[in-house]
Ligand binder design. Structure first.
Ligand code: MG
Length: 298
C-alpha cells in the first residue's frame, strides 16, 4: 500500500488532453484554441499538464505547432507543463523551446514500439542512455512512460517482466516518475491490481503514475482498482478526448472531470475545482466538437 500515506487522502491528476487528446482529433485545431484550453485547464487547479509532443509533424501533424503552444501558454503559474518526446531529436526541440519536463515513451511491446517509433524497444532504451544525461545537463526533468503496459493491439498480452524491464531501465536513467500506460484500453481491474502489486513491490522508491483509456468503458473502474492498491498519480484527459487508432470511434482517455468527480465523492482530494473543470470540458467539447464530433466522449 505504498504511495498512499497521505492524510487527508489525495491524488495527483495529470491532464494529458492537450497531447493525447488533441493528437487524435482529425482536422486541425487552431493553435490559439489549444492555448486557450491549456490556460483554462491551468486555472482549474490542475498542477501538471502535458501540453504537447515534440514528435515529427509527419507522424502527428496535429501537434506540429508544439513550439508555438509552449511559447504562448501562460507559464507564470505554479503549473508544470510537460511535453512528450519519442526520441533524442524531440528532446533537443523541447530544450530549444524551454520545456521544463519531458516524457520519454517506450513501449513494453516491441511490435508497438516499432510501429510508433520505428525502432525496437531495446533501441529506444539505448537512446534513453543519451537522453537522460542530456536532459539533466539542460535542467529538464525526465519522466518515463511505458506504452502497452497492459496489453498490445499487435502482440496481445504483454508479460509483466517486460514492463518491469523497461521500468528498471527508466529507474537506472534516474527518471523522476514512470507512467504505466494502457495505450489502447485493454486493461481490466484485476490485471491492474496484479501488475501494480508486482511493480509497487519491485519499485518502492519510484513514483508510478497510471494512464488509462476508456476504449471499453472501464477506464474509471481501472482507476479505482489502482487507487485501492495504493496508486496516487493518474493521467486523464479533459472531456475524455483521445482515441485509439486500433479501435476507430472508441472513447478516448478517462475523462478528467469524471475522475475528479469520483475522487471527490469518495473523499479524496485532487486540488481541482470541479466547476471550473466542467467549464473547461464544455469549452473543449465546443472547440473540438466543431472539428471532429466523434472525439468528445466526456
Ligand atoms: Mg494514451
Amino acid at each position: 500500500m505504498r504511495q498512499s500515506e497521505h492524510f487527508p487522502d489525495s491524488v495527483t491528476v495529470i491532464e494529458v488532453g492537450p497531447r493525447d487528446g488533441f493528437q487524435n482529433v482529425k482536422g486541425e485545431i487552431p493553435t490559439e484554441e489549444k492555448v486557450k484550453i491549456i490556460n483554462l485547464l491551468a486555472t482549474s487547479g490542475l498542477k501538471r499538464i502535458e501540453a504537447t509532443s515534440f514528435t515529427h509533424p509527419k507522424w502527428i501533424p496535429q501537434l506540429k505547432d508544439a513550439a508555438e503552444v509552449i511559447r504562448c501558454i501562460n507559464r507564470g503559474s505554479d503549473v508544470v507543463f510537460s511535453a512528450l518526446i519519442p526520441n533524442e531529436k524531440g528532446l533537443d526541440r523541447a530544450i530549444e523551446n524551454g520545456v521544463e519536463e519531458v516524457v520519454f515513451v517506450v513501449s513494453a511491446s516491441d511490435a508497438l514500439n516499432r510501429e510508433n517509433f520505428n525502432q525496437s524497444t531495446a533501441e529506444s532504451l539505448a537512446e534513453l542512455a543519451a537522453i537522460s544525461p542530456k536532459a539533466k545537463r539542460n535542467g529538464v526533468r525526465l519522466r518515463g512512460a511505458i506504452a502497452a503496459s497492459f496489453g498490445c493491439p499487435l502482440e496481445g498480452s504483454v508479460a509483466v517482466e517486460r514492463v518491469i524491464d523497461v521500468a528498471k531501465a527508466f529507474q537506472k536513467a534516474e527518471v523522476c516518475e514512470v507512467s504505466l500506460a494502457d495505450t489502447t484500453g485493454m486493461a481490466h481491474p484485476l490485471q491492474v491490481r496484479d501488475l501494480l502489486c508486482r511493480l509497487f513491490a519491485e519499485f518502492s522508491d519510484l513514483p508510478l503514475a497510471l494512464h488509462f483509456h476508456d476504449t471499453r468503458r472501464i477506464g474509471l473502474v481501472n482507476v479505482y482498482s489502482a487507487w485501492q492498491i495504493g496508486a496516487r498519480i493518474f493521467e486523464s484527459s479533459i472531456a475524455g478526448l483521445g482515441g485509439c487508432p486500433y479501435a476507430p470511434g472508441a472513447p478516448g482517455n478517462v475523462a478528467t472531470e469524471s475522475l475528479v468527480y469520483m475522487f471527490h465523492r469518495i473523499g479524496v482530494e485532487t486540488g481541482v475545482d470541479l466547476e471550473s473543470l466542467m467549464e473547461c470540458s464544455r469549452i473543449t467539447k465546443e472547440v473540438v466538437g466543431g472539428i471532429d464530433p466523434d472525439r468528445c466522449h466526456g
